[in-house]
Design a protein around this ligand. Structure first.
Ligand code: M8P
Length: 833
């Protein structure tokens, strides 16, 4: 455990060393061939694409390591305040091109590849992405790691090294099926295992109380099972700077001595079984983006990575200071949703039980170190765990939570005298039904700051799920609107657009200050720019079309409007609203073949949680409609419907550049922020959307004339539900809507089977919890406006340019700067190159 964060090599500085650090084409070539030979044991003529990829990856990694060491040394020397971003998910996406861009050597690498006669694109394609997240929340964590390094803020990301990330989605007969993700099969050149940097993590057992030598009452936890968390480090390169931060992911293992202990007493099977149990903890990512009741292993995962991370922070602090009094000055801990909120109880335990601190000081440190981000208002996504499970798995933490709660509720009673209903709502324990621990309340009580992820979301948070907390501590609440990194989502994914922007703006400063895109505004009317803009978009559409031709059954026509909805499949995101519009269009064309329409290709992408029946049925419906529409010669000059399989970061990078229209059509008040909305808009897609999440701010930025708005507002939706929403009345009152729903129910898209989609149509007519029917007419009317606008190309391209030009606010650099200013109060620490 004496291993430190920084690798321990001296700094060689001679010509030979250049092979490992030189950034020019010739050094890259030499290094690549060396790595191919010495690491893969191959030479060019016999190397597989994977060999070439591995050699390329090591060549790039070598160039990062020198900066990484320098960064770690500087951070340590200056004892800088360090942001620790705790997240159960980091959805990183492929590393290779991203690191080339951030190092500023993409061009040199392409040239080196060309001179060696290599197919650069094929090498890039060979990378398996680490899919260690479900969707927006995990991808946000990855964007934030990129921006922290770019803004030169000392930071460590802490999470879990899942052996199996999010499943691969394969469509069979129109249905989603899941395949295990084997991203580690060919090795991971980007990570550095640190087998000596490991921490014990206990589970189960009991607690014992004793009096220490000073006469103080103390508690000792005696767990019944101990596993080891081993560190795996991935360097995170900032863009255009020398800073390389650290992503430290924990893998669970049985302690070395483990099996022998049991073997000695003759329980061989038990020993092997427990070893397996230890390794299970980091085995697989839960593929849900909401809690599934009773998943004990998930609570184990959460505690496992939180405990390892906090022990690591304590180790780092004790390596530079005599005591832990200033722990909260050294570290700003950010809890990415409630998944790491056990950190509050675990830090208290470590400080009191292991470091022998008293309650008040431990509480002072904990509540000044922790900060909490809430990402969702959906009641079903708020995490709670049964007290019974806690008692069994984390008995000491339950004691601590009870004590936090006792002290906290005393405060509540002083603040809101006589309001016992409020006390019950704010309690860390939900006493209704089976007793449960409320993780959001634990995070809120234990944190110095609480933030929402978009302006509307933060307001709703303050007025609904966290209202009581807001009324008690208004000063704790902040908004930090999400952002995405323009390095990955423009420079890496859309190099043609990046080149055009750089050419138009005169330099590439926009990549580190996205507000520079404003310069494009002056030329939004310019026909030359519009023409170039259109050519870039069409080329991206052609690339996507070619890919879809290989992977999704047919090649769409790049001359049609590409209308894209790509995100997790969820009823609140309303993919079925999109589908109702498509069915309505289909009927229009069938009834009057001369109807004036803009030819469109509708592209869907997204994974459904494996146990979420309705989401899987929606995927089936997309494919079923596609099968009919795409095979009907009467309509398929106007209308095509495609499902892009296996939407992940890599495939997202193919989609964002190629979209003309971005579908952001969630029921108002349900999507906390959204980040896909930003990625599309940055790449020049126009948005059709509701006033939900960050759409509100996107529309304000790009201009109301350059955004297709429809649907109820959040207060309108709320009011309508309060008055008693009756979807069947909407259904019977709107002929177009009724015939679209009826056509789905008729079996036309299911080979005559009138039962297949009934759960969906019945749900819409009789319950419609996300008010799809209520927004249908407004959506169809708005889509009509989209059609008209697309038929005026200059107008459309002007709007498209303005969308990109005005996206400066949605860089994750701005988000991170907001966190730094409002919440972390950290300072940049530049690393000289
Ligand atoms: C919640 C979980 C709850 C229990 C168990 C597992 C879970 C996994 C994920 C989530 C979760 O909240 N997921 C989200 S929140 N996914 C998202 O995309 C959300 O966060 C994004 C980043 O802030 C927002 O842009 C999205 O609007 C929001 O839905």
């Amino acid at each position: 455990m004496n291993d430190t964060a920084e690798p321990e090599t001296a700094e060689p500085d001679n010509a030979l060393h250049q092979t490992r650090t030189g950034l020019d084409r010739d050094h890259l070539k030499r290094a690549f061939l060396d790595n191919l030979f010495y690491l893969q044991g191959r030479f060019l003529e016999v190397a597989t694409t994977n060999d070439l990829y591995q050699a390329a990856a090591y060549t790039v990694r070598d160039r990062m390591l020198e900066r990484w060491i320098k960064t770690a040394q500087t951070y340590k020397k200056t004892n800088a305040r360090t942001v620790c971003y705790l997240s159960a998910e980091f959805l990183l996406g492929p590393h290779l091109v991203n690191n080339l861009v951030n190092l500023g050597i993409l061009e040199a690498a392409c040239e080196a590849g060309a001179e060696l006669g290599l197919d650069f694109d094929a090498i890039v394609e060979a990378e398996e992405e680490p899919g260690l997240g479900n969707g927006g929340l995990g991808r946000l964590a990855a964007c934030y790691m990129d921006s922290l390094a770019t803004l030169q803020i000392p930071a460590i990301g802490y999470g879990i090294r899942y052996e199996f990330g999010i499943f691969d989605q394969v469509i069979v007969d129109g249905w989603q099926t899941e395949r295990g993700d084997t991203w580690l099969r060919t090795g991971n050149p980007w990570e550095i295992p640190r087998p000596k940097l490991a921490f014990p993590v206990g589970f189960g057992g009991h607690t014992e109380h004793y009096t220490d030598t000073q006469g103080a009452l103390r508690t000792r936890w005696v767990p019944s099972l101990v596993v080891n968390g081993v560190a795996y480090d991935t360097p995170i390169m900032g863009y255009g700077v020398g800073n390389v931060n650290l992503l430290r992911l924990w893998k669970s293992e049985a302690p070395e001595s483990f099996d022998f202990q049991a073997f000695n007493v003759g329980d061989y099977y038990g020993a092997v079984h427990e070893k397996m149990e230890a390794e299970t903890i980091s085995k697989v990512l839960y593929p849900n983006d909401e809690p599934v009741a009773g998943k004990e292993l998930r609570l184990k995962q959460q505690y496992f990575f939180v405990s390892c991370s906090l022990q690591d922070m304590l180790r780092l602090q004790l390596g530079i200071a005599w005591d832990l009094d200033s722990f909260h000055e050294k570290f700003a801990i950010q809890l990415n949703d409630t998944h790491p909120s056990l950190a509050v109880a675990e830090l208290m335990r470590l400080l009191m039980d292991e470091q022998l601190m008293d309650w008040d000081q431990a509480w002072h440190i904990t509540t000044n170190a922790c900060h909490f981000t809430n990402h969702t208002l959906l009641p079903e996504a708020l995490e709670t765990w049964s007290v019974e499970l806690f008692e069994r798995l984390l008995p000491r933490h339950l004691e601590i939570i009870y004590e936090i709660n006792r002290r906290f509720l005393d405060q509540v009673r002083v603040h809101f005298f006589g309001d016992e209903a409020r006390v019950a709502r704010m309690s860390l324990i939900d006493e209704g039904g089976g007793r449960r621990v409320r993780m959001a309340n634990l995070a809120a009580v234990g944190s110095k700051a609480i933030n929402g992820v978009a302006a509307l979301h933060t307001e709703l948070l303050k007025n609904t799920v966290m209202r009581d907390f807001y009324e008690m501590w208004p000063e704790k609440f902040h908004n930090v609107t999400n952002g995405v990194t323009p390095r990955r989502f423009v420079a890496v994914s859309n190099p043609r657009l990046a080149a055009l922007i750089t050419e138009t703006c005169g330099d590439d400063r926009w990549l580190s200050d996205l507000t520079c895109l404003k310069q494009l505004e002056e030329q939004a009317e310019d026909h030359a720019l519009q023409t170039a803009w259109r050519e870039v978009k069409t080329a991206a559409k052609q690339d996507l079309a070619n890919w879809l031709g290989k992977h999704a059954g047919f090649t769409p026509d790049p001359e049609t409007l590409f209308d894209v909805q790509a995100k997790r499949i969820h009823e609140y995101k309303r993919q079925h609203l999109n589908l109702l519009h498509i069915v309505w269009l289909y009927e229009q064309i069938k009834q009057s073949p001369n109807v004036e329409l803009t030819p469109r290709t509708f592209i869907f992408g997204g994974k459904a949680a494996p146990g979420y029946f309705m989401a899987k049925l929606i995927i089936k419906l997309v494919n079923a409609i596609g099968e009919v529409v795409n095979n009907d010669p009467q309509v398929n000059g106007w209308l095509r419907v495609l499902f892009m399989p296996d939407f992940n970061v890599k495939n997202g990078q193919r989609l964002y550049p190629a979209a003309d229209l971005s579908e952001q059509i969630s029921m108002a008040g349900k999507e906390a922020s959204g980040t896909g909305n930003m990625k599309f808009s940055m790449n020049g897609a126009l948005t059709i959307g509701t006033l939900d999440g960050a759409n509100v701010e996107i529309r304000d930025e790009v201009g109301h004339d350059n955004f297709f708005l429809f649907g109820m507002t959040a207060p309108e939706a709320q009011q309508r539900q309060a008055e008693g929403y009756r979807p069947w009345e909407v259904y019977h009152g709107n002929h177009a809507l009724k015939s679209a729903v009826d056509l789905i129910a008729s079996g036309l898209f299911s080979h005559g089977d009138t039962e297949l989609f009934r759960p969906l149509t019945d749900n819409l007519i009789h319950s419609d919890p996300f008010m799809v029917l209520a927004d249908f007419q407004s959506y169809v009317d708005c889509q009509h406006e989209v059609d008209r606008a697309y038929r005026a190309p200059h107008h459309w391209h002007r709007m498209s340019i303005l969308n990109t030009a005005r996206m400066g606010k949605f860089s994750s650099d701005r988000s991170i700067q907001d966190y730094v200013d409002k919440i972390w109060h950290a300072a940049p620490l530049p690393i000289d190159l």
